[in-house]
Design a protein around this ligand. Sequence first.
Ligand code: NAD
Length: 367
Amino acid sequence: MLTRREFTRLAVAGAASQVVSPLLAQGGDRKIGYCIIGLGRISMDHFMPATLASKNSRVTGLVSGHRDKALAQAAKYGVPESSIYTYENMDQIKNNPAIDAVYVALPNSMHAEYTIRSAKAGKHVLCEKPMATSVADAKAMIKACKDANKKLMIAYRCQYEPTNLRAMQLIREGHLGKIQAIESANGFNERAGEWRLDRKLAGGGPLMDVGIYSLNACRYLTGEESPEIKAFSSVIDHDGRFDTVEENVSWTMKFPSGVVASCNTTYGAPMNGFYRVHGSLGFLHVEPAFIYQGLHLTAQFATPGGGKPTILDEPNPSRDPSQFVTEADYFSSCIVEDKNPKTAGEEGLRDLQYMSKIYESCGLPTL
Ligand code: NAD
């Protein structure tokens, strides 16, 4: 979670992407080398292309179960064949000095094993969300990285993204007055056959995958922790997709200040990710709020001193993979400058603890 000072620094620095490391500057073009673990949609379509635009990050290793796919990606990113590993022999990355860090982009239940093995191999870890599929695994991941003296960041890209930072700024600077309530939703219609529908691999349904964006947003927008939580879940489509995970979750939270939040997530409908924040002086609305491009903030709040209200209409022109460039740049700068990432393992752990409470309130298995 960003403190006010950290937030201001990130906002001023242009969403962290402008952070220039003195060590990098001294070291010429030395870039942090990433070994990509899992060649799927998020790694091949977003993160790896982003490294080509990153000033301090590059791909130097691959872990895949598919040799042909790995060879094709290796050719694209200039990775030597000797730096292609399998899931079985990936521990050998410890002998590869071109690999400083790993990017874990596997199904959720595999995050813990590959984070821990990577830390033991002496590598920093950027791990996709949700951090893990159990609170115990998340704690073990934090411990493994601490024991190895390696950094662990959970890939909460929205916390480094300019439109979300702008929303935080407007709230922190008091433009909306006293925040009273938040609404948020995020979901999509999931296809049959996806690992996301298998509890063993996913840990749960849409809450773990996309509801987590609304949950995390309520936390970074309010800057508050430890909400009281009540929730419902349901399955409407008995078509085989929801035999092991939920289809819908709706939850409400009450934060210590009294801010109430109401969120929905689904795997049964195209649900454009958004949030709307209501304060005593006005509101802000970001929609879409969580996807890779096209984010759009609107707001209306009382102008200090009276007169016409201030109206904001701020479409974000950035194109994918800019959010991943920022994310890679930021984690690499943390490594070079020996800084603890804003979204370290503890941030992912807190979301898991809250999601466990949501499931508990629904009468579903906890995490
Ligand atoms: P994907 O299915 O496209 O890719 C998963 C990769 O894991 C594939 O390379 C697959 O071969 C490999 N894999 C290894 N063992 C597997 C197994 N037993 N079953 C299935 N795949 C296996 O998934 P994805 O959409 O790239 O998601 C990967 C991770 O990234 C997930 O944790 C997801 O939550 C996260 N993600 C994050 C964002 C974001 O914006 N930050 C977006 C999408 C996904």
